[in-house]
Ligand binder design. Structure first.
Ligand SMILES: Nc1ncnc2c1ncn2[C@@H]1O[C@H](COP(=O)(O)OP(=O)(O)O)[C@@H](O)[C@H]1O
Ligand SMILES: [Mg+2]
Length: 276
């Protein structure tokens, strides 16, 4: 069965409900589809991705998010991940002391249900207890190395501390590797506000093109049209002032490239539009 992620008249506020950011978002993504969401800075794109993943600072005030007909609003982020949602964070935080490999092993173990298994109770060493509800190291390592080779990620990367001193391109490589390991049904990828440099752009587009297929639905969020020169979306949505104001095919992205967002502003009203 093809899975469906449905965002239904979603209203989201921030700052303990003081500021309404999303004002009725409607969007359906099916496995196998690539959707691009484009809009000016401050229009609420990252708020949408945070709300989909259940970030605690974002309050859904009305509407719903349904995965195969079931609301996910009451689920914790890790539970959403287990249902097959993946969010590539816009600003990945540096986590000192956690290697890429350890981080990935924990994430994969959560998504694949290893963390449900109770650790053995009969007096084993602490080391064993810690490892007992994770994917076995041998299997994990084998799979990780395979994926690193497949996605052209240098093997030394596994030992690096998470995001510590990662370049923009390396952060994106880490995200793609994570996606390759977790094999989500839906991936929400939020480009950084400053855009991607050419290295990062290639990493993202090559990765997305390799990962795209019938099992994966992608929501590619971007301010800039550039990434869409390398990734061909099935649908393009123009996002403005907390909602989707227009949807179309790839041609819409080119219209935004040549005309900018001013015409969107002219057509859809006066708000605090931050100019690119
Ligand atoms: N955690 C937050 N706390 C306060 N305001 C926020 C928060 N997240 C987003 N906002 C506000 O919501 C609006 C939309 O922001 P954002 O979703 O980041 O837009 P975009 O990703 O399109 O640039 C902005 O006015 C921003 O200041
Ligand atoms: Mg953003």
């Amino acid at each position: 069965m093809t899975s469906e992620l449905i965002i239904k008249d979603l209203h989201v506020s921030v700052n303990d409900g003081e500021k309404a950011v999303l004002k009725g978002v409607n969007l359906t993504i099916r496995q196998g589809e690539v959707h691009a969401l484009m809009g000016p800075n401050g229009s609420g794109k990252s708020t949408l991705s945070n709300a989909i993943m259940g970030h605690p600072h974002y309050t859904v005030t009305s509407g719903d998010i349904l995965l195969d007909g079931e609301s996910i609003l009451e689920l914790e982020p890790n539970e959403r991940a287990r249902l097959g949602l993946f969010l590539a964070f816009q600003y990945p935080v540096a986590v000192p002391g956690v290697s890429m490999a350890n981080f990935l092993r924990t994430a994969v173990s959560n998504v694949r249900g290893y963390t449900d298994q109770a650790p053995p109770s009969n007096g084993s060493s602490q080391q064993k207890t810690i490892g007992s509800n994770l994917m076995p190291m041998r299997d994990f390592r084998k799979e990780l190395l395979e994926k690193m080779d497949e996605f052209n990620v240098d093997r030394s990367f596994a030992k690096r501390y998470l995001n510590e001193g990662f370049s923009g391109g390396e952060k994106k490589r880490a995200e793609i590797l994570q996606m390759a390991m977790l094999q989500p049904k839906f991936a929400i990828m939020d480009e950084t506000d400053s855009g991607l440099d050419i290295d990062a752009l290639r990493v993202v587009s090559d990765g997305v093109n390799k990962l795209a297929g019938p099992g994966l639905g992608i929501l590619l969020i971007t301010h800039y049209q550039r990434v869409l020169n390398y990734v061909q979306p099935n649908f393009v949505h123009v996002f403005f002032d907390g909602r989707i104001v227009m949807s179309g095919g790839a041609e819409l992205a080119h219209q935004l490239e040549t005309q900018g967002y001013q015409w969107v502003k002219d057509e859809f009203g006066e708000t605090e539009l931050v100019k690119a």
